[in-house]
Design a protein around this ligand. Sequence first.
Ligand SMILES: [Zn+2]
Length: 410
Amino acid sequence: MKYILLIGDGMGDVPVPALGGRTPLEAADTPTMDRLAQQAEMLLVRTVPEGYSPGSDVANLSLMGYEPERYYTGRAPLEAASLGVELAPAETAFRCNLVHVDRPGDGRLIMIDYSSGHITTGESRQLIEALQAECGNDLLRLYPGVSYRHLLVYRGEVPAGFTTVPPHDHSDQDVAGFFQAYRQIEAFPPLLARAERILADHPVNRERQRQGKRTANAIWLWGEGKRPAMATLEARFGIRGGLISAVDLLKGLGVLGGLTVVDVPGATGYLDTNYEGKAQAALDILEKDDFVLVHVEAPDETGHQGLVEEKVRAVADFDRRIVAPIVETMERRGEPFRLVVTMDHYTPIQRRTHEDWPVPMFLYDSRGLAVPSNRTYTEANVLAAVQESGQAMLSGAAFFRRFVEREVHQ
Ligand SMILES: [Zn+2]
């Protein structure tokens, strides 16, 4: 048996006036999903447990069968895994943004830009390497990542009640209070002060200034956590496989779940992504292994940007360029497979942010074992089908067991 989990990030939505009151899933042309969904079983899954914020990290962790209550320790440990950085038990990972701040001189600290003008990876690597050379020691290590997104590993105690905030939630706001909170960790104030001195003087920043670009004049630490104690999917369910995504968080989940993480050239996380490359990579994995997860980011991005036509296109592309080629090839290969199409969370166009509502999905079995829904895949159809069947809402872990464990669907 082959298990195929296809995730359109943020694909769910509410009726959009510009679409005549339809959602993008209802408006988009999705012949393959329509065909499969009618023969499939529909499920409603709570990917974001009560009290968790509906991030892609928590929601996708759920979809992979790991209870966030038990396994979610923060965003940075997932990013560490995707960078290949192993965390020792005594170590805590922090996301380290290169940011641009302003100090007007009255005690305020204004977060101007969480991304330092989307600084390039080449530039930021030089900055982070300079910081590591000057400030790295037994307690603190810096690792370069992509663009403004880097990693700090701290070997020491993080006091109870220590909290940080993501800089992108505080653009143009006074963050002096949040900055003060770093004082609870003795090693941080000297690190932050020294980092600002080194950054101010660095040739990369002088050149950016000359070109009229925003400099990276400070670091901001957040998203901290220890390595989650995740057993691999192979250890838990006896399945081996791979994960395909353009997004670091997802790749980190794949590493921690023991999956082969495939880097597909041209996978961008947007409408211009290399869909064909991703579908082919999934089919390659399925030639030898049991399981593949394909994650497509474009529906979420277009939702955040509030772009109606683009979100409809992202959903149609997901159907035509991911779902269709994978299904057609699997049918040609003639090997039985179970396939799920879902989203991790809603990203409604009108709200432009994630919602923690239960996600609609369908579970198709090529052997035709499921009681067919006779419905196409839309938010309302899944809700109606689930209500009609009296089926309970599932947790992510319960969904995953139902997906991959043979005995529950005999
Ligand atoms: Zn997401």
